[in-house]
Design a protein around this ligand. Structure first.
Ligand SMILES: Nc1ncnc2c1ncn2[C@@H]1O[C@H](COP(=O)(O)OP(=O)(O)OP(=O)(O)O)[C@@H](O)[C@H]1O
Ligand SMILES: [Mg+2]
Length: 241
């Protein structure tokens, strides 16, 4: 399947909702599938930039993945234009944002093909996710061509194997209220390792313990299913709100 160049904006006003982990997991899945990946890290904490450095130091990196740190949305838009000028390619562009941001992110939203909003199953995450969705709806009203604005959907992050009663209620309320992806990211130690050590698939390939490698590979597969869903929705956006 060929998807070409896709720009995915990852945002949620809520700090610690899993934005950077989602970027790293999607990047890991895309590179495992042979694609080129560029992550724009627009967070002053340099979360993804530091991840690249840690991955390179550990030997868990790939030349196909670049992380560019900038707080300037204009620079992101320009760099995306430059990527479009390159010949046909399978290129996933991810934009990681900081919690709490809003207006500065309007420009990034307009450049995106898809806006995804990771949220953990807590009341706090749900209410901030609703706020983020409200920002999206008002942005739609403000811009000249609302029909061209990328669609927005929530992605559940750090989903435990068994939901508590509160988590179940939060999930139900989410699915009643907002568009959400069917795929999600589970709570996995593999993602915590990825966050510290580099690209998931590369870590898996270099892990001699087969059981451990299989756990890491399962996380690559999970992230790949999510990437497939995002890619499909970019190809045929009709069904999403
Ligand atoms: N699927 C997951 N499984 C296990 N741990 C996770 C998962 N997703 C996120 N985490 C952990 O939760 C914490 C917060 O995640 P992350 O840094 O991705 O959030 P964020 O939204 O980028 O935060 P910020 O708003 O500060 O940028 C991190 O310690 C991360 O390792
Ligand atoms: Mg982050």
């Amino acid at each position: 399947m060929e998807y070409g160049i896709r720009v995915v904006l990852v945002m949620n006003r809520k700090g610690g909702s899993g934005k950077s982990t989602l970027c790293r997991a999607l990047a890991s899945a895309a590179v495992a599938r042979g694609e080129t990946v560029t992550i724009f890290d627009t967070d002053s904490s340099k979360s993804c930039l530091n991840w690249m450095r840690a991955g390179q130091t550990a030997g868990h990196w790939s030349p196909s993945v670049a992380v560019i740190h900038t707080l300037d949305a204009h620079r992101v838009a320009e760099a995306i234009d430059q990527i479009y000028e390159q010949p046909d390619q399978e290129h996933l562009i991810l934009i990681d944002t900081f919690g709490g941001g809003s207006e500065a992110q309007d420009m990034l939203a307009v450049a995106a093909h898809r806006i995804v909003c990771p949220m953990m199953l807590s009341r706090g995450d749900l209410s901030e996710t609703m706020e983020t969705a409200r920002w999206y709806l008002t942005l739609r009203q403000r811009i000249d061509r609302p029909e061209a604005l990328a669609s927005f959907s929530v992605i559940l992050s750090r989903v435990p194997a068994r939901l508590s009663e509160t988590e179940r209620l939060v999930a139900e309320e989410l699915f009643r209220s907002l568009p959400a992806c069917e795929a999600w990211l589970s709570n996995r130690s593999a993602y915590v390792r990825m966050d510290r050590e580099g690209l998931l698939g590369v870590i898996a390939d270099k892990t001699p313990n087969r059981g451990l490698a299989a756990h890491l590979q399962a996380a690559v597969t999970e992230a790949g299913a999510l990437l497939d869903e995002i890619d499909q929705s970019i190809l045929s956006p009709a069904e999403v709100a």
